[in-house]
Write a protein that binds this ligand. Sequence first.
Ligand code: GLA
Length: 437
Amino acid sequence: MGTAVGSWRPAMLAWVLVLVLLAGAGALENGLARTPTMGWLHWERFMCTTDCAREPLSCVSEQLFMQMADLMVSDGWKDVGYEYVCIDDCWMSLTRDDQDRLQPDPERFPSGIRKLADYVHSKGLKLGIYGDVGNKTCAGFPGSYGYYDLDAQTFANWGVDLLKFDGCNYGTQDQLAEGYRNMSLALNKTGRSIVYSCEWPLYMRPMQKPNYTEIKHYCNHWRNFADIYDAWNSVKNTLEWTALHQDSIVDVAGPGGWNDPDMLVIGNFGLSWDQQVTQMALWAIMAAPLLMSNDLRHISPQAKWLLQNKDVIAINQDPLGKQGYCITKDNNFELWERPLSRGSYAVAVMNRQEIGGPRIFSFSTSFLGNGLACNPACSIQQILPTSEDWGLHDWVSFLNTEVNPTGTVLLKVVVIGESPAEKPVMNINKKPSPDIL
Ligand code: GLA
């Protein structure tokens, strides 16, 4: 009897542990970011432009955020899910007020952040703000070190809904970690729902391997890699870094906590059309926060179509909340997949070659989802660069797809079960016609 109980207990404990892990305990359980955050963030496009006399339309001011909030509603961004209007660095005064509170620059934010938050909320949107774990922000404005509780409370009093917390000037590694933990606890203590966006692993990695289980316990999303620029090299490097580190970052992502490869720069100046398609497709595969940094007052219909594409957004926001990964690199192609709910998969084929023209990549459906994505059969929908029905396939179908240099073809593979009602009429070896691309 004694032996039986003794052997039962560890087994039971192991099960409890498995169940706890499956339930996602360990994530920051503030109920937020159950799917990746969607919105707009000023940094990449507007940076630290503070001279409003010289550049009235692009300076970091309440005007800019009100205009973006207006457009997010009037131009359909809110309808497809973009929700957070986020302020980055350079919103502050250089000094705290007489009660040590952070205050906005009085020239550029004359109405104050509370009023701005009210305005954004009146549009059915949410407001994000920026702070720094150290003594100063990256642009030299006051940091939150020594003021975590006060600053969290100030943000909550203003009605802020998201905090991007940067890691410049953090001091020691211990102060960096303590700071990120303490601000998370401070935000929690305010009782207000505030998404907590961290850069903890980015600043930690040069000294120490980040502990992602811990980071997810405190943050809703976290930056791992360098700032994104409006350039293919930057998008390419971000993807390369992600594929290289996928074994340590993919599994931790899930409802409540996401890897953040930084802003979408679609709609700006530096990326070709194919490169913009690649960014959108891969940010969906990576379950990345979709924070656009562009000028919604001047955006091409094409970029708008891409950013507002409901099929891509549905992949990004898939409720299963699993991050995708690169399955294979071959002949300068990369094949990525992301498991979706109900056994479906998103699949991206990227052509990394920067010389020549469109090239054909051939692969078997048996490559996908460990052989399960199309087993026994599936229907395949091409989502990007254009929407196209690839029809029904079985688990050994061979697919050919033509991809432009630095472009990506994004597919959704929907598995079809074996029940007689669902039995498909097979379309084996269907080759999509190249003229769809
Ligand atoms: C760092 C961050 C950027 C941006 C700037 C602002 O570089 O990584 O995303 O917030 O600071 O100064």
